[in-house]
Design a binder for this molecule. Structure first.
Ligand code: SAM
Length: 286
């Protein structure tokens, strides 16, 4: 009898995985952590019944949440990652040689430990990068209390259920803005709009009250089911989101980074949003 696991993100619909092998399953004190193998997606991590990342498609999400803001900014030296315990974001940020310091604030040490053990290619040694400064804390406590400034803040959190909920609040977004250097950018994991439109609308409402420029960009990540995955973008620099394609190409070439999903054309195109999403966030076609 094949063992299966059903994601519980949505009550009336969801995806199911056959489980070939369970590597780890336990409460961590913060959330329920499960890591298993599926014949199509490889090793899969789930937190509180929601897929976080899989070996097969993690590159799409991690490349898009890092290279779009870093290659748009072009001069980021200090990066803050909130969440990201699997290490995929840290790995991609470390590929940018000009980044001098990366602070990662993760609430759950167990996620880091188990990802290092069972999903080692996600961090791929990035946790040992001398630029990486790992802080085990609640991201809301860190961002509220720090006096440090950053050029880029990446919120790679779970969905706004459980410990991730505080990372979708006005206090979090407002303190992120306080902690950005001039020309700094905030990007966040913001769910699948077709299924989680309230999450997108909530973020849009808050960012529009705080930042001079805000928008979303998207990518199709197969295991974030129900349509494209959205990433929130916010900055007081109104030009960075619109930098010319040729500049993106130059920045990408200069970075020397090789990717499997990100390209300068995808970078630019990812900010083009469908009509239903523009209407939902109250934006006319830009
Ligand atoms: N890519 C995934 C997604 O889009 O859902 C997110 C991956 S990552 C595993 C999410 C991380 O956020 C987890 O390691 C979790 O422990 C962390 N996290 C959740 N709430 C947090 C909080 N309040 N402060 C810091 N980290 C948090």
């Amino acid at each position: 009898m094949t063992k299966t696991w059903a994601e519980t993100l949505y009550d009336a619909w969801g995806q199911q995985y056959n489980i070939d092998k369970i590597y780890f399953e336990s409460g961590t004190g913060h959330q329920h952590l499960l890591i298993f193998h599926n014949s199509i997606f490889g090793r899969v991590m789930a937190l509180d019944g929601v897929v976080q990342t899989t070996q097969k498609d993690e590159f799409i999400y991690h490349e898009m949440l890092t290279h779009v803001p870093l290659l748009a900014h072009g001069k980021a030296r200090r990066v803050l990652i909130i969440g990201g315990g699997d290490g995929g974001i840290l790995r991609e940020v470390c590929k940018h040689r000009d980044v001098e310091r990366i602070t990662q604030v993760e609430i759950d040490q167990a996620v880091i430990d188990m990802a290092k053990k069972y999903l080692p290619a996600h961090s791929d040694g990035a946790y040992d990068d001398p630029r990486a400064n790992i802080v085990i804390a609640d991201g809301i406590d860190f961002i509220t209390g720090t006096s440090e400034k950053f050029d880029l803040i990446i919120s790679d959190s779970t969905d706004p259920i459980g410990p991730g909920e505080v990372l979708f609040t006005n206090s979090f977004y407002g303190n992120c803005r306080r902690c950005l250097n001039p020309g700094g950018i905030l990007v966040t994991q913001n769910g699948v709009p077709f299924m989680q439109m309230d999450e997108v609308k909530g973020t849009a409402k808050q960012l529009s009250q705080l930042f001079a420029d805000w928008h979303f960009y998207t990518a199709a990540v197969p295991t974030y089911v129900g349509g494209v995955m959205s990433f929130a973008w916010a900055s007081d620099d109104t030009q960075l989101r619109h930098i010319p394609l040729e500049r993106v190409r130059e920045n990408f070439r200069a970075s020397g980074i090789t990717t499997r999903y990100y390209t300068p054309d995808i970078h630019r195109a990812s900010f083009a949003l469908p009509r239903y999403l523009l209407d939902a966030i109250g934006k006319s076609v830009e």
